[in-house]
Design a binder for this molecule. Sequence first.
Ligand SMILES: [Fe+2]
Ligand SMILES: [Fe+2]
Length: 367
Amino acid sequence: MRPDDVLSPLLGDTASNKSFIKFGNQPAILENAPKELTEADQIVLKSFPVETIESIKQTITETQDCLMESVSSLQRRMGFQVSRVTSAVSHLAKEVSDNLMAVFSVLATHSHVSDTHLLQKIARHSTNVSTLGIMMSILRGDDDRTISEIGLAGLLHDTSILFQPDWFVLDPVSRTETARKQFRSHSLASASLFEGLPGVSESVIKMIREVHEQFDGSGFPFGKSREELHSGSLILNLADAFISLISPISGPPIVASDAMAVLCHHTTRGAFSRDIFQIFLDSVSIYPVGTVVKLDDKSDAVVVNSNRKKPLQPVVRLLPNGVPEIDLSYSEFRVIELSHVGESTKSRRVSRASLGKALWRSELDIR
Ligand SMILES: [Fe+2]
Ligand SMILES: [Fe+2]
């Protein structure tokens, strides 16, 4: 299935088939969930064991802390501990490999971050891009070395912004042309911080430089053509766009399924690699696990699995109790809209008219 095969049904009506409802197997997890978890946390826990979710969150936080401390050390001219950072990336890669779909669910539907400090938000962005980059690399079937390099490049790609977060402090209307130019070259500035460091390969440096280059040459700073780009850069470019949509450093987040629609739309127009997007879509579906949706009988349901060939018709469990489980690809029910539950109320929807805008680069006012 090509991305444009997905887009039209996404925007229009979805077909439904014969009824297929599976009862039973209610996850017995919620009783054990810690009390401080939000409603959205509880929903995600319907799909994955609580200890898995907590382990993923802890690994992501540890990676973020490692990045913050390492960058701080670099800033104080006390050196950059490459081995410490690569070790954190290895640990993250193992977590992703062990719990692929749960990791994506945490990123996509469970991304509430209590960080209020700008530097922490930037570090969380970098960590999430690294996490998603590792996931896409694993899904593509890359070898361990490539997976680690993509993870490291993702983690370090916005380090220059951590050094100088001024861009995000400035009021958008007061950003001068000089500031814009500087921002457009921030990936080069990030790469230059690590060039020549033992343990940071040329491939990692190239990927950091190319994170914002698009498949069709519309990216920045160089507008490189696809032939010039590292295959890992294609992954990080898509990962950065997705994370920037669902957890922007500034501005309101976009719900994950709408972010998928935005990426799908732009993939059909060439901005992202079709191969990478297809691998991504096949695995996570338009509705990531943990997404709360409304069915056409007005009931709420939580997505617990995707259908590889039918990304608009995932497997869901009816709320509030998680039973029955319904495979929508064999059901007369269909998803009519997203349900806003818990933290997702803070996320905004994307109208059809806005799908064509480069929303993942909204901080550059690119329309
Ligand atoms: Fe960036
Ligand atoms: Fe970024």
